[in-house]
Each structure stands twice: as C-alpha cells, then as structure tokens.
Write a protein that binds this ligand. Structure first.
Ligand code: GMT
Length: 379
C-alpha cells in the first residue's frame, strides 16, 4: 500500500505517534510518504520505504499570515498524484483534516478517489478545536473524513460531546514499541544523575500550562523530604521558567535537572523510578505509556484518558487534578517500599504490552484495507 501521512513534526505526542506508525508500516513493506513542514523528530534513520515531502510556504509581503493550509493541500495533491498514493492518513484535525478535504476535492475533479482517515489526538478537540474560531471547519472536515479514529474512549466521547459528529469514531488506542523501551540502564548515566543511588523521578512534556509542571515540582519537594531523590525534567516549553523558580523557592533546585528535549527518551526512562504526569487533561498520555513500557510506574491525574492506561494500585496511582497531597503521599509510599516498587515496575511493563506496536498497528492496516477494497470494487 502507498500511504500518505500528515502530522506535526515536533516532539508532541501526535507527531511521535504518527511517525512511529509510519515507520512500523514501512517495516511491514508499505510505502510511506510523510508530508509536513519539517523532518519529524523521530524520523532519523534511513528506510527504503519512507519518503519525506516538505511543505514550503512562499513568503509574500501581503501575507501577514502565510497560508500554510493552502500550501499543505497543494503538496498533498502533488505527492498523491506523483507517487500514486492510495490513502491519506492525517493526524491532528487542525488544519490537517480540512487541508485533506480540499486535496480530496481537487483530486476528485481529476478522477482520482483518495480516502482520508483523520486521527484525533486531543487538543485538536478539547482545547483549540472547540474554540469557535475553528469549530465549524473542524466539525465539517471531521465529518467529511472517510474514517475517524480517536486515541482513547475518552477522546471519542469528548468529540461527540463538543461537535456534531455524524459518523462513527473508531477508537484505536496509542501504541508503544515495547522492545525499544526494554533497555538496560546505562550505569555511568545513572551515576551522574543520582550519584548516591537516589531515586529518580521523571517528568517529560512540552511544558504547556495544561501539563501542570508546578505540581510536579510540588510533589517532588514532598518526596524529597522523605526519600533521597532527584527530579529530571525532559522537554521544554512556556512553563519552564515558572517551574525553575518554584524549585528554587521550595529548596529543591539543586536536586532538579532540566535535560531538554531528548530523542532517546528510552535511555532516560531506563534510569528512572517514577514518572509524574499531573495534567489538567490528556486524551491518552503517550508519555506515560512509554514510561510504563520501560517499567516505570506512573503517578498521574485522573483526567481524560489517563485512567484507561494507568491502573490504580497496579501500574501507579491516580488523583484528582491539582491534588498534590495525594500524589505526594502515594509517591512516597511507593518509593519507600522496595518490594512494592518492584511489583509496580513489573506490572507497568506488563500492562504496556497490551498496547504493543505489533497489536495496534494491524488495526490501522485493517482500517486502510477496508477503504482500499471499497475503491477497488468501484473500479
Ligand atoms: O500533549 C500535548 O500537548 C501534545 C499533544 C499532541 O497533539 O501532540 O498530545 C496529544 O496527543 C498525544 C498522542 O495521541 C496524547 O498522548 C496526548 O495525551 C494528547 N495531549 C492532550 O490531550 C493534552
């Protein structure tokens, strides 16, 4: 099959998922064409079945806002025609679903039918998407997609709640390549981060407000009073300065390290004991699933799709958004009991296997096949 994948190329979960999906499909012999404005961060190795097409947006003095969506639709048309693409899979509705609709209509005029699958990831629905500036276009383009998927039950329900959706939304949960995350810790790395064998607490995100990084610092400050520990922050974003000042204020700055964006997150997870994700909302929480795959238990909020993956009292603990107290108590309990911690680590890794790449990717393939059969039967 020749598949076009459209996504954001950045460290965000939707781009990561789309890239991992494309790589997995390429490994299975499909030809995958990524269409985006920059090389996706997880697309670093050569694969004969992977092609990358950059969307260029010409500048012009009239353009205070360069028309990315128009450039994207035109690039889609060009890539589809010149590479005989069978199907377009767009990740994150804005503006990918509406750009795909435009490309589909242009191609229809040329006699080419191109099925469009839209995967909803989270903020495209729950935050930006439902803003009335975007909502009519988002609703229309989701409804015009040939298939709609959402990464969790919660996100599917949120989509029905916020938009007038006339079609079935199929839930295909996010996945993780379990083999990749089963890493032995690099001793030298652990010694640098935790020289006296302190417990390593990790948070990874884009540091947007919704991630509540200040709660991470507050929970860590409580942990650190009772358990010798270090806090690692992976990623970067707007709330980082606030997190830094709070760490200073709470006297834990020296125990905290901001290591920036990391391509090899599995190496960091391999030396970690606990992952904290206190977000206001997560449609799924791919970062938490990756932590679990590496055998790292998760303390998270119970928002959105998080209860679908983090099993209370088995793979970690959940608490209400902002309930720093409960999160801290649970974390201290877990980190102070070596046997319990080991049990949670094993359970987290076992639970993540349910979301293994080899289980979930065939579900996308089955969906693709359904559309290709429909087209072939029309010819
Ligand atoms: O979490 C982010 O801010 C990034 C965002 C994205 O769209 O890239 O992540 C969303 O998609 C991920 C992959 O499906 C999910 O695991 C995240 O939970 C979801 N983020 C939110 O819903 C806030």
């Amino acid at each position: 099959m020749r598949i076009g994948i459209v996504c954001y190329p950045t460290f965000g979960g939707s781009g990561v998922l789309a890239t991992e999906l494309g790589k997995a499909l390429a490994d299975k012999g499909h030809q995958v064409h990524f269409i985006t404005y920059q090389q996706p961060v997880r697309l670093s190795e050569f694969n004969a079945n992977i092609f990358y097409h950059e969307v260029r947006v010409p500048t012009y003095p009239l353009f205070d806002y360069p028309p990315y969506e128009t450039a994207l639709s035109s690039t889609m048309v060009d890539v589809i025609v010149n590479n005989n693409i069978d199907l377009l899979h767009v990740h994150y509705a804005i503006p990918h679903a509406s750009a795909a609709y435009m490309a589909k209509k242009i191609l229809e005029k040329q006699g080419k039918i191109i099925p469009v699958i839209t995967t909803l990831h989270g903020t495209d629905i729950t935050l930006v998407g439902k803003d009335k500036t975007f909502a009519p276009v988002v609703t229309f383009s989701i409804n015009e997609s040939d298939a709609i998927t959402a990464v969790s039950q919660n996100l599917a329900a949120e989509t029905y709640r916020n938009f007038k959706i006339e079609k079935e939304i199929k839930v295909i949960q996010n996945f993780v390549d379990v083999k990749r995350f089963r890493k032995k810790p690099i001793d030298a790395f652990r010694r640098v981060i935790a020289p006296h064998n302190e417990k390593v607490i990790l948070h990874a995100s884009n540091f947007r407000k919704l991630k509540r990084v200040n709660d991470v610092v507050k929970v860590f400050a409580e942990i650190n009073k009772k358990v010798p520990s270090k806090l690692l922050f992976v990623g970067d974003g707007p709330e980082r300065p606030a997190a830094e000042s709070l760490a200073r204020e709470l006297g834990v700055y020296d125990e905290t390290r901001f290591v920036g964006r990391q391509e090899q997150i599995e190496e960091v997870l391999a030396i970690s004991d606990l992952f904290i994700l206190p977000s206001d909302y997560e449609s799924f929480g791919l970062a938490a699933l990756e932590a679990m795959a590496a055998g790292v238990p998760v303390i998270s909020s119970n928002a959105g799709g998080l209860p679908e993956i983090n099993v209370e009292g088995e793979t970690g603990y959940l608490a209400d958004v902002g309930d720093v107290d409960t999160m801290s108590k649970r974390a201290i309990e877990l980190l102070s009991d070596e046997k319990k911690l080991e049990r949670f680590k094993t359970k987290a890794a076992a639970h993540a296997r349910l979301y293994d790449i080899d289980t979930i990717v065939p579900r996308y393939e089955a969906l693709y096949n359904r559309f290709l059969q429909n087209i072939n039967s029309r010819v």
